[in-house]
Every structure is written in structure tokens, then in C-alpha cells.
Design a protein around this ligand. Structure first.
Ligand SMILES: [Fe+2]
Ligand SMILES: [Fe+2]
Length: 204
């Protein structure tokens, strides 16, 4: 295949404006597909039946708890997606999803998701011979309490088979809205500034 709908360079420094216009189009398609990719990673967490509720249900329950508690959409989406990196990053799942969320959410929410694993450890590390107070290394950080509350109120209690679990479809429009435009990225040529400036609120 040869034509204006594909790139022609063999090395990046050979690329023309036309090539990079095609690249920008590919990038836009990838951005548009991101919510579906993330929702797929969420539903892939159904695989583990050994938890009291499967990890997809756990994620939905954490998001449901946050939503019912009046948290804004961005926070709820962070609660929904906080564990989607578990399969890819079994030793640092918070880092995985935090990196994906980073362009789209506040620094506070990004930090909370990134660090939630060590904070959640307060509730179970001692059962594994580990230090449940490992989170203390972050004591005094501006988002320590925020992250501790996330685990206390939403993540930790979200393994209840009798607890409320709203459907994936309930949260899907929220995911699409949060991922509609990046808030912080060096790829400014690909962003819609107006959309990025819109305030986050509860619209669902
Ligand atoms: Fe987690
Ligand atoms: Fe979790």
C-alpha cells in the first residue's frame, strides 16, 4: 500500500509534514480507542474467582461506593480503574494505571492511584509477614490523608458480595468524559485546549 494515508519514512528524521499529519491521525485514533481498551482491561479482571468478589466486581464496587459517597466523576473513574494494572504489573500495579491516568486527571488523583497499593497494605500486609505501616514513609505528604481515605472508604471495603455493584455500563460514559481530553501532556499539537479546560463535575 502506498499513498497519502500512510507514513513513508524509514527513519524519523526523514519524515515530512505530510507523514506527521498521518501520524497525528493515528494518534487521534489511539486516543479515541483508549476508553474501550481500559474498559476491556477492567472486565478482564473477572478472571480470578478466588476473591470474595472478582476483581472486576471489586473495582465496580469501589467506584460505586465513591459515587454513592458524592465523589466527582474523575475520582470515581480513578476508583473504577485503580486495579486494571494488576495483570501487567503484579509488583507495581498502581504505577501502571497511574501512568495511564496521568495526562487526564489531577496530580492528587494520580498520586492516590499510584500509591494506593502501599496504603491498602495497612489492612493486610501483617498477614503476610510484612509491615502494615509501610505507608508511613509518606506521612506528611499533602495527599497522604486523601489516599488513606480512598483505601479506608472505597478500596478496602469493596470485597462484599452483598454490597452494591453498579454495572460497567453505568460508569462507561464517565470514563469517556474523563478521557475525552488530556489535561497535562507535552503532545500539545494533539490536544483540544477548550475541552481540557472544562471543569470536572458530577454530570451522571
Ligand atoms: Fe490495588
Ligand atoms: Fe483494589
Amino acid at each position: 500500500m502506498d499513498g497519502a494515508d500512510r507514513m513513508h519514512f524509514r527513519r524519523m528524521d526523514e519524515g515530512s509534514d505530510a507523514d506527521f499529519a498521518v501520524l497525528a491521525g493515528v494518534h487521534a485514533e489511539n486516543v479515541a480507542a483508549l476508553p474501550d481498551l481500559l474498559m476491556g482491561m477492567l472486565t478482564d479482571l473477572k478472571a480470578d474467582a478466588k476473591y470474595p468478589v472478582d476483581r472486576c466486581e471489586h473495582s465496580l464496587q469501589a467506584a460505586t461506593r465513591a459515587w454513592r459517597d458524592g465523589r466527582d466523576e474523575e475520582y470515581v473513574v480513578c476508583a473504577l480503574l485503580h486495579d486494571i494494572g494488576e495483570s501487567l504489573g503484579p509488583f507495581n500495579h498502581g504505577d501502571i494505571v497511574a501512568a495511564v491516568l496521568r495526562p487526564f486527571v489531577s496530580e492528587a488523583n494520580q498520586w492516590m492511584v499510584e500509591k494506593h497499593g502501599i496504603f491498602q497494605g495497612y489492612y493486610f500486609f501483617h498477614h503476610l509477614g510484612m509491615n502494615r505501616d509501610a505507608r508511613e514513609e509518606f506521612r506528611g505528604h499533602q495527599w497522604f490523608d486523601r489516599t488513606a481515605r480512598f483505601c479506608e472508604l472505597y478500596d478496602g471495603p469493596a470485597f462484599d458480595p452483598k454490597g452494591e455493584i453498579l454495572a460497567v455500563e453505568y460508569f462507561e460514559p464517565m470514563v469517556r468524559r474523563v478521557f475525552a481530553a488530556p489535561r497535562q501532556t507535552l503532545y500539545t499539537a494533539f490536544t483540544d485546549d477548550e475541552a481540557a479546560r472544562e471543569p470536572r463535575s458530577r454530570t451522571g
